[in-house]
Design a binder for this molecule. Sequence first.
Ligand code: SF4
Length: 403
Amino acid sequence: MAQVNLGNALESGRDAVRRHAWREAFDQLTAADQAESLNADDLEGLAEAAWWSGRADACISARERAYALQIEAGLPRRAALIALALAKGQFEQQAPAVGTAWLSRAQRLLRDEPIGIEHGYLARLQTVIALEADGTVKGCPSLPTIGYAGGNIRTLSLEDIWRTSPAIHFGRLRTIDDLWGFCRGCYYADVCRGGCTWTTHSLLGRPGNNPYCHYRVTQLARQGFRERIVKKEDAAPSPFAVGKFELILEPVPGAVSEPARSEAPAPPAPAPQAGNQGQGRIPPKLTLCHSCYQFVWPSEIACPFCGTDIEESAAAGDREHARLEALIADVEMLTRGQALPTRREPPPRLELPLIKRPPSDGPGDMEVLVEAVPRGMPSSPPASPEPNAAPVPMPHSGGATRV
Ligand code: SF4
């Protein structure tokens, strides 16, 4: 352990950070922090020193404090950079769920900020490109070579491959017309475009219909259905080979008591589209409903999931956010032993004009919020097939079907 003189621990710690003398920096800044709480910049220095000294927990703790201070100071870009460092650290610690949560925070903080280097760091964690041993470039390491090789780095520049090869930028070129099954008529089809290419390709032989989707599972479950994947054939003993699988749509046992659930999920209505199909579009930004926390298309006036007025829910969400921030600030002051400042009453609790449904539709006698069915997922089958209906063979009543 480095010799620590409390009188100049902070300056010694900063100097050690500049020299990349990480153990010394960690000891000095830890001592300085105990004498007086470090500011956000020094906490970042402490976090870096902790990381390179093999103290992952101390690193995370220092970064989380630095993040809170940058948020408190109203510096979202700095906070986003710290959130990204936390996300990366958590991914490296094999904690993907926590890492994803930090990544989402960074995304939210940067969403309305002008493009800057922070967005580059965000893209670095969100995107991937694959290079095979012979120089073949693919859009993702998991994808097979056949059908997804964009070119060879020995003969083309990476930029040329990235800009010109459809086998690389298939995600930008994909449209709703390339989707199939449930995804084809999904409310989010034109934003999500069927989710992970590899997942669907390896399961069902072609992209555009992803059963490993939480939203899809919840939508099917609401109508008493579920999907099951059954392996029919093992993979061949060769690189990137995959087996053969079947996707089976079937009723959830015991979940077909309500009349609306005795039918299979109906083919959804055409989903909203962003326009400029086929021109390599960047997906549009969706709006968050602050009542049910589902993302909705910006053109929506009322949330198609819960019926709440989107603008009112955003305003109420802002008020609720301010109220909670004030409460958190109070708790932090109390835990530091400080007296609470005199201030106006915090805004009232979040109140939204929610539609209620009759208690008979809900579980037991509870009064519950309406389960408004989003566009693209009617609760009962239409009288005639929709013109743009998803090519999902529907099961006979109560039976299972293969997709
Ligand atoms: S069902 Fe899921 S994976 Fe498919 S388009 Fe909708 S959100 Fe994406």
